[in-house]
Design a protein around this ligand. Structure first.
Ligand code: NI
Length: 137
C-alpha cells in the first residue's frame, strides 16, 4: 500500500460548491476519492499525449456485407498483432457486427489503429477508450 499524504488546497467558494455538487452526483463518498480520480485521469491523458505505453479498447459496429471490409479489418489487425491483446466479435443481427479490440502498446500506435478502422467504409460507429496499464499511477 502506498503511503498517504495530506495536503491543503485553496479554492474559491463557488468552485468548491460546484465540485461538492459534482461529487455528490457522482456518488463519491468524499472529496479525496474524487480528487484522486481526477488526478489519475489527468495523468492518463498525459500518458496518451506523450506516447507512453498505454492500454485501450476500440469498439466498433459495422455491416459485414460491406465490400471487402471484413478482409481489410483482418489484414489491419494482423498488421498490428504486436499491440492487440485480444479481440471479440459479436453478431448483433443478420447484418451488423460489433467488435472490441483490446490493445496495449505505444499510444500513437493504438491511436493509428483506431483511426484506420474509423476511416473504413462500412464502419457505422466507433469509439476509443483511452485507458492505462495501471502502472505508475
Ligand atoms: Ni458478425
Amino acid at each position: 500500500m502506498t503511503k498517504l499524504q495530506r495536503f491543503g488546497v485553496s479554492v474559491e467558494t463557488d468552485l468548491l460548491d460546484k465540485f461538492d455538487e459534482f461529487i455528490r452526483e457522482q456518488n463519491y463518498q468524499n472529496r479525496s476519492e474524487a480528487l484522486r480520480d481526477l488526478m489519475r485521469e489527468a495523468l492518463v491523458r498525459k500518458q496518451w499525449k506523450e506516447d507512453e505505453t498505454i492500454a485501450g479498447a476500440i469498439a466498433f459496429v459495422y455491416d459485414h456485407h460491406h465490400g471487402q471490409l471484413v478482409n481489410h479489418l483482418m489484414e489491419l489487425q494482423h498488421d498490428y498483432f504486436t499491440i492487440i491483446i485480444s479481440s471479440q466479435h459479436v453478431h448483433l443481427d443478420h447484418d451488423n457486427c460489433m467488435e472490441i479490440i483490446l490493445a496495449k502498446g505505444p499510444a500513437n500506435q493504438v491511436g493509428k489503429l483506431y483511426e484506420s478502422i474509423r476511416a473504413m467504409k462500412g464502419v457505422k460507429h466507433i469509439d476509443l477508450l483511452r485507458s492505462t496499464t495501471g502502472q505508475q499511477l
